[in-house]
Design a protein around this ligand. Structure first.
Ligand code: NAP
Length: 244
C-alpha cells in the first residue's frame, strides 16, 4: 500500500496538533510544520506515532518564501515517488489592536503569515495534486474573516482574504479532483485565546462555551474524507452558534 501524506502548517500546538492526530487516525503520515516550538512539535509527533502513523517535523516560517520552498523541495527530493495529497493551511497568529494604534509591523506580520503563507505553501503543492488527480486543501480561516472583528482589522483582513482565495482556487482545480475549503472557527481553547476573558466571552456564544481543538479537527477530517468529495469552495463555521 502506498503511503499517503498530509502537511499541517502550525502543527505543533492547538488546532494544528489536533488536526495532525485526526489525520493520522485516518491513515495519513503527517508532516508537522512549525516555526519555533520544537518541544511542542515533538509532542505532536509522539501523538501521531501513538495513532499508528509516521510523522516528521518540517520547521519553516510559512511567511518566508525561500525557506518554505527549500523545505518542500528537500522533502520532494527525499520522496521522489510520493506527493502531499492533503494540505491544511493552519499556521496563524494574531496581533490585536485598533487600527488607529496598530504598528505597521503588526499589520504586515499577520498578513504575511496568513496570506503570504497560503501562497508560499500551497502554490508548489498544486501541480503534484493536479497531476495525481487528487488533493484536499483546507484553509483555517476564522469568524473574524466573515464578520470582521473590531480590534482585529489585520486578522480580519487576512482571514477574509483566505476565504476569498479559497473560493477562487477551488474553481481553478475542481476538475482535477482537488477540493479547497475553509473552516471558520469561533473561540477555540488554545494558546491563541490565552488572556481572553472566557467567562465574559462565552456569554456571547449561543453554546455558552469555547470550542475544543478536537472539534475543529473532526470537521477538517470530514472535509478530507471521501464523503466530502463534492464539497469545494466553501467556508464552514464551527463556532457554537456565534455569528450564524
Ligand atoms: P496556536 O495555539 O497559537 O498555534 C499556532 C500554531 O501556528 C503553532 O503551531 C505555531 O508554531 C504556528 N505558527 C505560527 N506562526 C508560524 C509561522 N510563521 N510559520 C509556521 N508556523 C507558524 O493557535 P491556534 O489557536 O491553534 O490557531 C490555529 C489556526 O486557527 C490559526 O490560523 C488561527 O488564526 C485559527 N483560529 C483560531 C481560533 C481560536 O480561537 N483558537 C479561532 C479562529 C481561528 P510554533 O509552535 O512553532 O510557534
Amino acid at each position: 500500500m502506498t503511503t499517503k501524506y498530509a502537511l499541517v502548517t502550525g502543527g505543533s500546538r492547538g488546532i494544528g496538533r489536533a488536526v495532525c492526530v485526526k489525520l493520522a487516525q485516518m491513515g495519513y503520515d503527517i508532516l508537522i510544520n512549525y516555526t519555533s516550538n520544537t518541544a511542542e512539535a515533538e509532542k505532536t509527533l509522539a501523538l501521531v506515532r501513538e495513532a499508528g502513523q509516521q510523522g516528521e517535523l518540517l520547521k519553516f516560517d510559512v511567511s518566508n518564501r525561500a525557506e518554505t520552498r527549500a523545505a518542500l523541495e528537500a522533502w520532494g527530493e527525499a520522496h521522489p515517488d510520493d506527493y502531499i495529497e492533503v494540505l491544511v493551511n493552519n499556521a496563524g497568529i494574531r496581533r490585536d489592536n485598533i487600527l488607529a494604534l496598530m504598528p505597521e509591523s503588526d499589520w504586515e506580520r499577520v498578513l504575511d503569515i496568513t496570506l503570504g503563507g497560503f501562497y508560499n505553501v500551497t502554490q508548489p503543492l498544486l501541480q503534484p495534486m493536479m497531476f495525481h488527480k487528487f488533493g484536499r486543501i483546507i484553509n483555517m480561516a476564522s469568524i473574524s474573516g466573515l464578520k470582521g472583528m473590531p480590534g482585529q482589522t489585520n486578522y480580519s483582513a487576512a482571514k477574509g482574504g483566505i476565504i476569498a482565495a479559497t473560493k477562487a482556487l477551488a474553481q481553478e482545480v475542481a476538475r482535477k479532483n482537488v477540493t479547497v475549503n475553509a473552516v471558520a472557527p469561533g473561540f477555540i481553547r488554545t494558546d491563541m485565546v490565552e488572556g481572553l476573558d472566557e467567562a465574559a466571552l462565552k456569554k456571547t456564544i449561543p453554546a455558552n462555551r469555547f470550542g475544543k481543538p478536537e472539534e475543529v479537527a473532526e470537521l477538517v477530517g470530514f472535509l478530507v474524507s471521501p464523503a466530502a468529495s463534492y464539497i469545494t469552495g466553501n467556508v464552514i463555521s464551527i463556532s457554537g452558534g456565534l455569528y450564524t
